[in-house]
Ligand binder design. Structure first.
Ligand SMILES: [Zn+2]
Length: 121
């Protein structure tokens, strides 16, 4: 099912509208955030089940982990992405959005980017 309980996140958040969706390519190759950023070409981050951005969640198949948009820091849950098939219009709702000025968010995002992409995003 889409939606459900979301734990408190480890960084400050800003409001996000659940109507803001990630659109998933039917082939599963690419995902496009409502802001226009694309997972296929942009340096997206991933987060563990607590929402903490970490390289350990890279290529995760855990439905309780998250992806975080590079362009706007909206948070999408893996479970919703996995279930974003034809029945759901190939779309997954954002479950939150990080405040990109939170120093803890900035620090973890930079650490992730170095580990995953070898440099700042
Ligand atoms: Zn975005």
């Amino acid at each position: 099912m889409i939606g459900g309980m979301i734990p408190p996140f480890p960084y400050r958040t800003v409001p996000c509208d659940p109507a803001d969706v990630m659109t998933v390519d039917p082939e599963g190759e690419d995902q496009r955030c409502v802001c226009g950023s694309r997972s296929f070409i942009d340096s997206w981050a991933v987060a563990d089940a607590t929402g903490r951005i970490t390289i350990e969640a890279q290529a995760s198949t855990d439905p309780d982990e998250y992806v975080v948009c590079h362009g706007c820091a909206r948070i999408y849950r893996n479970r919703d992405l996995f279930e974003a098939g034809p029945a759901n219009g190939y779309a997954a709702p954002c479950v939150g959005r990080y405040d990109e000025t939170d120093p803890a968010f900035v620090a973890d995002a930079q650490t992730f980017s170095l580990a995953a992409y070898g440099g700042p995003a």
